[in-house]
Design a protein around this ligand. Structure first.
Ligand code: MN
Length: 301
């Protein structure tokens, strides 16, 4: 399966320097070379760019929607060619564009059902009403589920909101109170952090349930799923978390699943990673995941 590597430097605070450089740094720092060495065919790297007039449009949240709309078009093109999509994302808000692109692939009148496997220290299930911080980055899963910010969802290409059973949260270890109440009352499924250490258990069961329901699955990784002691330059650090090797075993399992059509990797901050420690953990994880993608090809033939 050819891999289309797509990047977006746009996040909740605009075109980020913090995080915005992350996607390019991952690729040039060795990801491209390593994927090639494994035997993957890579499409030419594409990156989202707003036009000058779009850059001047309204506020940062509107620009996130515009950038996500561009990302969705790139995802749509890539999936139309049969590519696997690897999204290198400034922050988690870009998940809306990844989902939007997957929803638009296939028949327009009978769009594919798309599921979400959300691997993050945070649930990102806040709405503007429940959020203690008001940060857009804490809301994208709720936006994808149609609970708030309809305009942002639509401009990201997501015409159909996810339903609760389309969502599986994995490894979440920091939830705000009202956010937790919403997750419980909406009946969102979760895989607990301790259960992720052996991915071939609860996670596999959840993935199989999701696959039975969906045509396509998007797997999203906020790199703060990693332990900040090992990978401090990733996302919004929360004590605890996985090693790069542990995340690699999870991604290996996830990417070996034929319905997983896209992987998003979000929130690497190279400017806080002078020694490259976080980079090495990420690389370990993604390379192990990419092996899973290769094993899927072998199963098919
Ligand atoms: Mn997070």
């Amino acid at each position: 399966v050819p891999i289309a590597v797509l990047a977006t430097p746009y996040g909740g605070a605009g075109k980020l320097v913090r995080g915005g450089l992350g996607p390019a740094r991952l690729l040039q720092g060795g990801l491209e070379a390593e994927l090639g060495r494994l035997g993957h065919v890579l499409r030419p790297f594409r990156t989202v760019e707003l036009s000058p007039s779009e850059e001047e449009t309204y506020g940062a949240w509107e620009r996130v929607g515009l950038a996500n709309g561009h990302l969705a078009r790139l995802v749509h093109e890539a999936v139309g060619r049969g590519d696997f999509v690897l999204g290198l994302l400034a922050d988690c808000n870009a998940m809306l564009g990844m989902l939007g692109g997957l929803q638009r692939s296939g028949d327009r009148l009978w769009p594919p059902r798309v599921g979400l496997l959300w691997i993050d220290a945070h649930a990102d299930y806040n709405t503007p009403e429940t959020s203690p911080s008001g940060m857009l980055g804490g809301m994208p899963v709720a936006v994808a589920a149609g609970k708030a910010l309809r305009r942002l969802r639509l401009s990201s290409g997501m015409t159909i909101p996810l339903q609760s059973p389309d969502i599986v949260l994995a490894g979440v270890r920091d939830v705000d109170q009202l956010e937790g109440e919403a997750i419980a009352s909406d009946g969102i499924h979760s895989v607990r952090p301790a259960e992720l250490v052996h991915p071939d258990g609860v996670l596999r069961v959840m993935l199989d349930h999701l696959a039975a329901r969906e045509d396509l699955i998007y797997a999203h990784v906020d790199l703060d799923i990693l332990d900040p002691a090992l990978a401090p330059a990733a996302g919004l650090p929360v004590p605890g978390g996985l090693s790069g090797h542990q995340l690699g075993r999870i991604l290996n399992l996830v990417l070996s699943h034929p319905k997983v059509q896209a992987l998003g990797i979000a929130s690497y901050r190279p400017e806080d990673d002078a020694g490259g420690q976080t980079f090495r953990e990420i690389m370990t994880a993604v390379i192990e995941g990419a092996r899973g993608l290769l094993s899927r090809g072998e199963l098919k033939t």
